[in-house]
Design a protein around this ligand. Structure first.
Ligand code: ADP
Ligand code: MG
Length: 700
């Protein structure tokens, strides 16, 4: 295979060299030509438009000015030290100001040269100035061609080395000339034709140096499609090859366990959503392939029940099953729930956690090996080497985002034919994100709550309404209810947070004195045993109020807790607020969530609180969260690297994404290995992508 010019390390580009290369690497992650070519402008300015200085007004975005530069001077001391120069164009003058890179600019300007200046006007001492503008000699020729100029984001460190947007643009120009004729088409002809997409080469030329608005849009469309399409192609291809190579146990029959359970133990009608999901799971279990299914559903939507029914199917087919929870408290709770649900069925079930005693453990190991023990519930203690099953057929994992990929993989190695895997999560992920993050898993969604559930009533109070809040809490306690009071914990200021919490605790103690009231407190600085003790007091109902940081366990069921008060609610993210609210509303009584906040709120914080007040639908909340924060910050997505999109946007380009996925499925159905010569460009590009992303497929 010939050497690919695009793989050339970036220092070998004319105008870069080792020092700038090191910076490009550390600041932008640009390592080779191919990385730089994919460093797309984030905005375009219309170069044909040059403003007059007299036209500048207060609320302008970036503008382009043209004029001569005079009176270049250093001003101020220490941190106020700056370089100031005056730009004049006949209509007026404006000061250009640099606080950084003073050395670089100080002797750059000549009196008789006209300059193009690009920047954002701001007001200082009632006068307009322009901090850190980009300045270039005005050249008629250059201006005559393209009218749109790409604007690249840069960093302080890069700018100090002279790598501002214009310089990056120059490098791009050099690069495009250097790799002329070497940009390979990555999409097949039929895709290009049927979607009327422009070629890869045209797209790259025009994304950096667009001739006009129209061709720019076509370049963007082409590159967005390509980016999303290859993610889907890769995920789906991975899924197909897994299905081809990995066998699965076949659970053909529904037998006595499930039937008896259905007739005798199930006290209510399944929701339609539950029925649909169980059908999907049954189809998987009978297919002879390993099931890899992600089950999403809001807290309380009845996922556990679905899991239990899947376990019963495994037992009916004489396989063992295990049910794994992320914490000991949750494992205990699942154990209690499952024990109750299995009543009278004669199923042998045990609990295994870190605190299981050695003797009990030994017995348990033996019973697992003999097959006598049918179901094991527990924490990650389940995946220790010493735990061996006779015939493990199904693994249910609750709250997937706390389990590492490696941990799950360990479980799969426990048998030659790997067990079916059902992963459950109560953290809703918007569809577009799920398609991208879990595109190789099968996805089931419970989007319906059991009937009769009362949605949690949510209020937003400012701190001034504290007395009213306390009155309300007293009323609820009088009715026999319990109350959570949660304080934020933000790592950087742990000390401050703890102080907030302790101050809050004291004022709560004053407002709710002994002996009428008892209060539990739990925070991260406590010893585990003390935490557990306080937690248990609340669970047993010995205390009515639980003051805590967010350490209260995800998923813990306390049916009599009907009030969730969240202090400094503006400091929490949406998904966290939603999770916290999910701690209440699990019993039959009306529940409440009160979001306490300061008067001063950022627009984003206000949107979060408003969203919480308006809806209890986890998916709706996740959509808003995605819009507000972008996918990079969503829970569980940070490490994946998949969402490191160069140009596509999962919110704005949802339609493109759906289309890309559909097309990828169509292609792979007909040509799963991409053997068709027509698909050679796709195959080659997948290979290229794979070179730099060795761990990419391991997210499942
Ligand atoms: P999740 O695990 O999704 O948070 P659970 O399975 O724990 O939800 O269910 C929450 C509660 O709702 C449990 O008490 C469960 O018994 C009950 N429940 C589940 N499905 C139904 C249903 N179809 N009808 C009525 N109640 C249900
Ligand atoms: Mg649950």
């Amino acid at each position: 295979m010939s050497v690919n010019t695009l793989d050339t390390p970036i220092e070998y580009l004319k105008g870069v060299g080792p020092k700038r290369a090191a910076l490009l690497r550390s600041e932008l992650g640009v390592d080779c030509f191919n990385d730089l070519i994919q460093y797309y402008p984030f905005r375009y300015i219309d170069k044909s438009k040059i403003f007059r200085i007299s036209e500048i007004s207060g609320d302008m975005a970036y503008v382009q000015l043209k004029g001569t530069i005079s009176n270049v001077r250093e001003m101020g001391q220490k941190r106020g030290r700056r370089l100031v120069a005056t730009l004049s164009d006949g209509s007026g003058s404006v000061d250009l100001v640099w606080f950084k890179g003073i050395r670089w600019y100080i002797d750059k300007f000549q009196a008789d040269v006209e300059y193009l200046v690009f920047g954002k006007p701001s007001i200082f001492n009632k006068r307009f100035n322009m901090p850190h503008p980009e300045v270039e000699p005005f050249v008629l020729k250059e201006n005559a061609g393209a009218t749109l100029q790409g604007f690249y984001s840069s960093t302080d460190k890069l700018k100090n080395r002279g790598l501002n947007s214009r310089q990056i643009s120059k490098l791009m120009h050099t690069l495009l000339q250097r790799i002329q004729g070497e940009i390979k088409e990555t999409l097949s002809k039929d895709i290009l034709d049927s979607l009327s997409l422009i070629s890869k080469e045209d797209a790259l030329l025009n994304i950096h140096f667009p001739k006009d608005q129209n061709i720019l849009q076509r370049a963007q469309a082409r590159l967005k499609f390509e980016e999303l399409f290859f993610i889907q192609l890769k995920l789906l291809k991975y899924k197909i090859s897994r299905m081809e190579t990995v066998q699965g146990h076949v659970f053909q029959k529904v037998g006595t366990y499930l039937n008896t359970f259905y007739r005798q133990n199930l006290k209510f009608e399944l929701t339609n959503a539950q029925k649909k999901v169980i059908k999907e799971i049954r189809a998987d279990l009978g297919a002879g392939k390993q099931m890899n299914r992600l089950l999403q559903g809001d807290v309380g939507s009845g996922k556990t029940l679905v899991a239990v029914m899947a376990i019963l199917i495994a037992l009916d087919n004489v396989y063992q099953a295990c049910f794994m929870a992320p914490t000991e408290i949750l494992a205990n709770q699942h154990f209690t729930t499952v024990t109750r649900l299995f009543e009278g069925l004669g199923i042998k079930l045990e609990l295994l956690t870190g605190s299981t005693k050695a003797a009990a453990r030994k017995k348990l190991h033996a019973e697992l090996l003999s097959g006598e023990l049918q179901v094991l519930v527990g924490t990650h203690a389940l995946i220790e080497e010493t735990v061996k099953f006779k015939n493990l057929g199904l693994v249910v994992i609750d709250e997937q985002h706390r389990f590492g990929v490696a941990q799950r993989a360990k479980l799969w190695k426990k048998n030659i034919v790997p067990p079916h895997v059902l992963v459950m999560t109560a953290t809703p992920i918007p569809r577009t994100l799920a398609m991208t993050l879990y595109g190789d898993l099968d996805l089931s969604v419970i989007d319906e709550m059991p009937p009769g559930r009362k949605p949690v009533k949510t209020y937003h109070f400012y701190d001034t309404k504290r007395l009213k809040l306390f009155g309300f809490i007293k009323e609820q306690i009088q009715k026999g209810q319990q109350v959570f009071l949660v304080y934020p914990l933000i790592q950087e200021s742990e000390k401050l947070d703890l102080k907030d919490l302790m101050d809050g605790y004291e004022s709560i103690q004053r407002a709710f004195p002994l002996p009428d009231y008892a209060i539990s407190i739990v925070h991260g600085k406590m010893k585990p045993a003390d935490k557990d003790y306080e937690m248990q007091r609340f669970v047993k109902g010995e205390t009515q109020i639980m003051v805590s940081t967010t350490v209260i366990e995800v998923g813990v069921d306390i049916p009599r807790a009907s009030v969730m008060v969240i202090e400094n609610a503006e400091r929490f993210g949406l998904s966290q607020l939603h999770q916290l609210r999910g701690r209440v509303g699990r019993g039959a009584d009306q529940s409440f969530c009160v979001l306490m906040s300061d008067y001063k709120l950022t627009a984003e914080a206000r949107k979060r609180l408003d969203t919480m007040v308006q809806t209890t639908d986890g998916f709706e909340i996740a959509e808003v969260d995605l819009r507000l924060r972008g996918p990079g910050d969503l829970q569980g997505t940070q490490q994946s690297g998949i969402l490191d999109l160069k140009i596509a946007n999962l919110v704005k380009d949802e339609k493109v994404l759906k289309y890309a996925r559909t097309l990828a499925i169509e292609i792979l159905e007909k040509d799963p290995d991409l053997h068709n010569p027509e698909h050679a460009p796709l195959k080659n590009h997948l290979f290229e992508l794979g070179k730099n992303q060795a761990n990419w497929a391991s997210i499942s």
